[in-house]
Write a protein that binds this ligand. Sequence first.
Ligand SMILES: NC(=[NH2+])NCCC[C@H](N)C(=O)O
Length: 377
Amino acid sequence: MPAPEARTDTAARPAAEPLVSPVGSYNEWDPLEEIVVGRLDGATIPSRHPVVACNMPPWAARLQGLAAGTRYPRLLVERARQELDRFVALLESLGITVRRPDAVDHGRRFGTPDWSSRGFCNTCPRDSMLVIGDEIIETPMAWPCRYFETHSYRSILKDYFRRGARWTAAPKPQLTDELFDAGFRVPKAGEPLRYVLTEFEPVFDAADFVRAGRDLFVTRSNVTNGMGIDWLRRHLGPGFRIHEIASRCRTPMHIDTTFVLLAPGKVLVNPEYIDVDHLPDVLSSWDVLIAPEPDPIGERLLRITSMCGKWLSMNVLMVDEKRVIAERHHTGMLRALESWGFEPIPCDLLHYAPFGGSFHCATLDVRRRGTLESYFD
Ligand SMILES: NC(=[NH2+])NCCC[C@H](N)C(=O)O
């Protein structure tokens, strides 16, 4: 094959305009300008795997395994879609630019030299991508069925990169058996917490982290191990601090129903999972707001199909330091937010729970108007 001809045209490439990254978000509360919202198309029940099964009751794990590879029931998808469409319309009515991933056939089997899987969905961009300033980091997810989930966002990621964003992928994990504790079982009440993950390789979901400028907070979980936290800490470097938050949840996955940053100096905590007397010292000057008991979910089908616990009432999305999109059903949370000086914007997304979460889960805030600050003494 002859060597490609060297470019001989003498036309100097025009001086490139300085790129201004369309991605810029350092915290959970600056005024929101652009956001990615997941989608429900093709949602497929994941293949059986211990890292998936450990988040649900044994009977549900057995059913999930039997149904692996089949589409989510249309009834569940359509009710969630109606709410999701109204949520997107609300965001756009607030002047926020909304981007959506490509539709994907989640029923296709895929794999690596070590395993194969089917399923899931791209409903929760919060889980697979972490935005730190102008950088989007694809995170090394521990669920095999989520291994290529960010591919449905590549049109968006390439657009952001072309326009000046920094785009990084953490080391793709192998997800071989060595990463998972074969003897794992969910700890019973009163037993010491343990995790399904070993320290074989770094894995973490983006949703186990929340950002407060130069300080991030993380929970160890069944999708985030210590090596994953260390990888991010080293990647971000000395300009950032990552503080671990101890959660008492016996099936921990994702921090955004446990410890939710609302505004500078104000954090919402889950009284069931968090021991408020043992928070990191750095929070000593912050107001620690105790989440009220969620309003009961009457729909039995929703209760049994939810992938999440009852605390999705905390899974709110800050529009700015005051306005917050929160679940209309959870009136106790709406009243509490008002009492704390916030302006809740009620919206419906209750039926998104079977697909992984609520407002914070379903979104990735890629641009907020603000700069890198430190909010702690
Ligand atoms: N970013 C997310 N998908 N968060 C969902 C949090 C679900 C959490 N494990 C719960 O059971 O409440």
